[in-house]
Design a protein around this ligand. Structure first.
Ligand code: DLL
Length: 436
């Protein structure tokens, strides 16, 4: 099913024509309305007239988080406040939040982008959706909210937290669709399974999950627990929020709304564009944003673009699920480690649950990685030999995937922190470079 079929299935030559036209427009728009861009592009000698083909985008300088921070709070807005109708912000780990502003047209486009990704997996006006993202400055809740309302779904703005009440609403309102982070969806399902009400009291059929990564193993676990079909959607506040891309029912990558966003993949070290199909950092230019336009924004997210036609009929390219961020990649004794690699080993293994934490320490000059994993059943703690066997198994599998030694600590059920928003899996105790 399509929401805006003509746009979603536009033949690529026509789509690229539209992108080029919009790229020229946005460059000119930024130069005229944002002093920061006027200066940057002026120094680089870029004008709209000089953009003759899409590949000329390479002459536009990158924009990154520091540029946004340096222009706090609204130095990068391209319209006066009288034209802004919504403000969101992302908290970030250090310093000031990133503040973003939307015009009426931006909100209108945003709702359509969400309606597209929901319709692509069969959501209709018949669905009742519970939004279990925290409402507030975060873009996730209101972003999904207005898109689902546009389709005609009944939307329950449950927000995050108070899990028992969430479960009650799911049951009593016969909710068919859930919006949350995958980690919260998993946690809610565990609580439901433990509860006294039978799982047949729940009617969930679709989960629109995003805002954080989710390995295929974790996704299967969520699907199994709830009996739903889970899809992944991606976005970031700096570009809009959710809606930048989302999976169709084929789940072979996330279709980027290419009439609104122009994606590139670059090498995060050399900053050179990567060849099609290669993995690297995703860089995105907004093609229609009025309030807060972004030229070549470095997302720090690692992905890959696929321009092969999709069996669903959409022509918009697909990005791979984000496997990590250039800045949550841990360097342990020179080896790159992503939390998602550890997760894929842990999930599905007998006796252990899906909850884990990575603790990084510096001992002498060497970095060490401790992987704390929660047991499903505390009884195992009484059998030393069983414990040791399990520890060894996890250790050996991690060794073969990561190539480094890890210390495995099996901890009692329900002792690791649970998350209602994005999960924080890394505890970096190496001092200055602490990560999220
Ligand atoms: O998380 C927007 C969003 C909300 C997307 C709800 C999807 C659903 P921020 O808070 O600005 O915005 O965080 C953006 O989250 O750069 C990624 O690192 C990560 N992220 C978002 N979606 C995914 C995903 C929202 N599907 C940052 N898979 C991004 C992996 C994701 N990481």
């Amino acid at each position: 099913m399509f929401w805006q079929k003509d746009l979603e299935t536009m033949p690529r030559p026509k789509l690229e024509e539209l992108q080029l036209e919009r790229l020229r427009w946005i460059v000119d728009y930024c130069i005229r309305n944002v002093p920061f861009y006027a200066k940057r592009l002026g120094e680089a000698g870029v004008t709209a007239e000089k953009i003759k083909t899409l590949s000329d985008i390479q002459y536009i300088p990158y924009t990154n988080k520091t540029d946004i921070r340096d222009n706090y709070p609204n130095g990068l807005f391209a319209v006066p406040m009288s034209k802004i109708v919504r403000i969101h912000a992302s908290s970030g780990t250090t310093g000031k939040p990133t503040v973003v502003g939307y015009t009426k047209n931006d909100l209108n486009n945003w709702a359509d982008q969400i309606a597209r990704l929901a319709t692509a997996v069969g959501v209709t006006a018949e669905d009742v959706f519970q939004i279990s993202f925290g409402y507030g400055l975060f873009t996730g809740a209101l972003g999904l909210h207005y898109g689902l309302e546009r389709i005609g779904c009944a939307v329950i703005p449950a927000s995050a937290g108070n899990t028992q009440k969430q479960l009650m609403m799911l049951r009593d309102m016969k909710v068919t669709g859930l919006v949350s982070t995958p980690s919260y969806a998993l946690y809610m399902s565990e609580c439901a399974l433990e509860g006294s009400e039978p799982m047949s009291d729940y009617h969930l059929r679709i989960g629109l999950f995003g805002s954080e990564g989710c390995t295929p193993e974790m996704r299967s676990q969520i699907e199994k627990n709830w009996g739903l079909f889970a899809t992944d959607n991606y976005g970031l506040s700096e570009l809009m929020g959710p809606g930048v891309s989302g999976e169709c029912e084929k789940r072979q990558g996330l279709h980027i709304a290419e009439d609104h966003y122009y994606p590139e993949i670059i090498d995060p070290i050399t900053l050179q564009p990567k060849a099609p199909g290669e993995q690297g950092e995703l860089v995105v230019t907004t093609l229609t944003k009025e309030g807060f336009p972004m030229l070549r924004y470095r997302t720090k997210d690692i992905s890959r673009l696929n321009y092969e036609p999709c069996a669903c009929g959409r022509t918009h390219c697909r990005m791979d699920k984000v496997t990590g961020r250039t800045d949550d990649m841990l360097k342990i004794r020179g080896v790159n480690v992503f939390p998602s690699q550890v997760e894929s080993v842990l999930i599905g293994m007998e006796h252990i649950g899906p909850h884990y934490q990575l603790v990084v320490r510096r001992e002498g000059f060497a970095d060490t990685l401790e992987v704390k994993v929660e047991l499903i059943n505390g009884e195992l703690l009484e059998s030393y030999s069983e414990l040791e066997k399990l520890q060894r198994k996890i250790h050996d599998q991690l060794k073969s995937i990561l190539g480094i030694e890890t210390k495995i600590s099996l901890v009692e059920p329900k002792t690791l922190e649970r998350f209602q928003g994005k999960a924080k899996r890394i505890l970096d105790l190496r001092g200055e470079n602490s990560l999220k």
